[in-house]
Design a protein around this ligand. Structure first.
Ligand SMILES: *Cc1c(COP(=O)(O)O)cnc(C)c1O
Length: 241
């Protein structure tokens, strides 16, 4: 990028990191007997500037993810001409539904009925269609929503039904974040069972969003269709402000 952007060195750095991530995905697919085309790499650009997203688009990235509305809305506005698909992967406050529905193509983090209603109203008003994944909490906490977001597993069928019935929304599948200190292979195996149930319930709900920089191999082995990778592409994140 020109004025105010990163030097050309930044694009080389991102290119090298991106190539390494793509090699990891390819190797994980080879190990799992899966085709690379089954995996969508969502590059999670939270905390990183729009200039990085411009570099990534030039490097062939098609899908980017964000987790905070205010930052995402501004970055999307600065990248509107790049033809990217925007994934919202963070917890959505109900009062941010209207904003998120204005730029997101996919929301990975739908975990309660009130959010389904709010996103549906917002998508309809904006005349947009939002693909929505039900985020599942995999940490066995008793509450309806887990500590890092996500619906308790037994509430997933109801949320899928709500998505199917909601104008402006499409029930796309399920998403999870592996619990801290958990074995990701076990966590994602559990998600795979929940995903299989989801597909039986709603045939179009085929997306399985799982896997981050540290554990994408385990996610691909367990059937992920979307991996959400930040740090391995950008480097260590500046601290969240
Ligand atoms: C930040 C974030 C990621 C990416 O995590 P990295 O460890 O940086 O790859 C993935 N999923 C969600 C929900 C996130 O908030």
């Amino acid at each position: 990028m020109a004025a105010g952007g990163h030097p050309q060195g930044r694009r080389s750095e991102l290119a090298a990191n991106l190539a390494a991530v793509r090699r990891r995905i390819a190797a994980a697919c080879a190990d799992a007997g899966r085709a690379e085309g089954e995996i969508t790499l969502v590059v999670v650009s939270k905390t990183w500037p729009a200039s990085d997203v411009h570099h990534l688009a030039a490097l062939g990235v098609t899908d980017v993810g964000e987790s905070r509305d205010q930052e995402a809305a501004a970055k999307h506005a600065g990248c509107a001409d790049l033809g990217l698909r925007w994934h919202f992967v963070g917890q959505v406050q109900t009062n941010k539904a209207r904003s998120v529905a204005g730029y997101a193509d996919v929301v990975h983090s739908v975990d309660r009925a009130r959010l389904v209603s709010a996103l549906s109203r917002a998508a309809t008003a904006a005349r947009r269609e939002l693909r929505c994944l039900v985020q599942v909490a995999l940490d066995d906490s008793p509450g309806e929503i887990g500590p890092r977001g996500g619906a308790r597993w037994d509430l997933v069928p109801r949320l899928l039904d709500a998505l199917v019935a909601a104008p402006g929304l499409v029930a796309g599948g399920v998403m999870a974040v592996a619990p801290r200190h958990a074995d990701p292979a076990r966590a994602y195996a559990r998600l795979a069972e929940i995903a299989a149930d989801a597909r039986r319930q709603v045939p179009g709900a085929v997306d399985v969003s799982a896997g981050m920089s540290g554990d994408l191999e385990a996610a691909v082995a367990a059937g992920a269709t979307h991996v959400r990778v930040g740090t391995a592409v950008f480097g260590s994140r500046p601290p969240l402000r």
